[in-house]
Design a protein around this ligand. Structure first.
Ligand SMILES: NC(=O)c1ccc[n+]([C@@H]2O[C@H](COP(=O)([O-])OP(=O)(O)OC[C@H]3O[C@@H](n4cnc5c(N)ncnc54)[C@H](OP(=O)(O)O)[C@@H]3O)[C@@H](O)[C@H]2O)c1
Length: 252
């Protein structure tokens, strides 16, 4: 059976990525959706009564979840045509302030889980398959007050670029999606909304458009997708201008 796996599919961008993937990948027979909340996943699946789903209520910060996913894949031996590593979190705080758990959860989910899920799923991805990794504009330059978050997303973008090259000969595409702020639960859970001048003044990205663009970019085999001209320009500037200067504009 041909399947797709989407992490963080119960809310925000993940929900939109599912909505856009369904018509774009007509050969996919089953969608495996991951998040911690089974109820939310059931709600998402109920929107598509004609589609087949496997709902995996997993906490990707827990090592046990990797074993569960690995066992499921081993038991079914499906072809994974599309893997979307979308689950992520971000908290506004200086390093040394606030709960340590928040800082570590960014490393665990954004880096460790993304790496583990990719490693576990990769043997099941055939030629012609696609991987979409949700990174961020935060990956372009360090963002003080979100130093850990921006560092995790720098990893996601760098990991995706390296993997893109490793998988070229297997004809598997890898796309890093670098969105600007989106009005999802993320900015409320992370204590960001209303607490950061930069976040509150930056132009927002529409998750619907980001998801559509991400799917399109993956189908074209693009290594990086950055929505909005404003953030495309920011990406170029962050490459040309030393970080010591850029950092003044990227402070959250
Ligand atoms: N919103 C923004 O401003 C923004 C900007 C750029 C990039 N991004 C990136 O976009 C991606 C999606 O974020 P979003 O804005 O859609 O955030 P969101 O609305 O908070 O959704 C996050 C998703 O991840 C799941 N999740 C969180 N912790 C998890 C865990 N430990 N294990 C498994 N699943 C978990 C959540 O479901 P449960 O809570 O049920 O587990 C939810 O489905 C993230 O990688 C984020 O870094 C966001």
């Amino acid at each position: 059976m041909k399947i797709a796996i989407i992490s963080g599919a119960s809310a925000g961008l993940g929900k939109k990525l599912l909505e856009k993937a369904i018509p774009a990948f007509s050969d996919i027979e089953e969608y495996w959706l991951i998040s911690r909340s089974l109820d939310k996943l059931k709600e998402v699946a109920s929107v598509y009564p004609g589609k087949s789903f496997k709902l995996l209520p997993l906490d990707l910060c827990s090592h046990d979840s990797f074993k569960t996913l690995s066992d499921e894949l081993e038991a079914h031996k499906h072809e994974v045509r599309l893997l979307i590593n979308n689950a992520g979190c971000g908290f506004l705080n200086n390093v040394g302030d606030g709960p340590l758990d928040e800082q570590l959860s960014m490393v665990d989910l954004n880096i460790r889980a993304l790496t583990a899920v990719t490693h576990i799923v990769l043997p099941y991805i055939p030629a012609g398959g696609h991987i979409i990794n949700i990174s961020s504009i935060a990956s372009f330059c360090p963002n003080p007050r979100m130093t850990v978050y921006s560092s995790t997303k720098a990893y996601v973008s760098s990991f995706s670029r390296g993997l893109w090259d490793e998988l070229k000969s297997r004809k598997i595409s890898v796309t890093a999606v670098c969105s600007g702020p989106m009005d999802t639960e993320f900015i409320y859970k992370g204590n960001i909304k209303g607490k950061s001048k930069t976040f509150d003044t930056l132009p927002y990205c529409d998750p619907d458009k980001v998801a559509a663009g991400a799917v399109k970019a993956a189908l074209k085999g693009k290594a990086v997708y950055t929505p909005r001209a404003f953030y495309k320009l920011y990406r170029i500037l962050a490459k040309l201008i030393p970080h010591a200067i850029m950092i003044n504009a990227s402070r959250t």
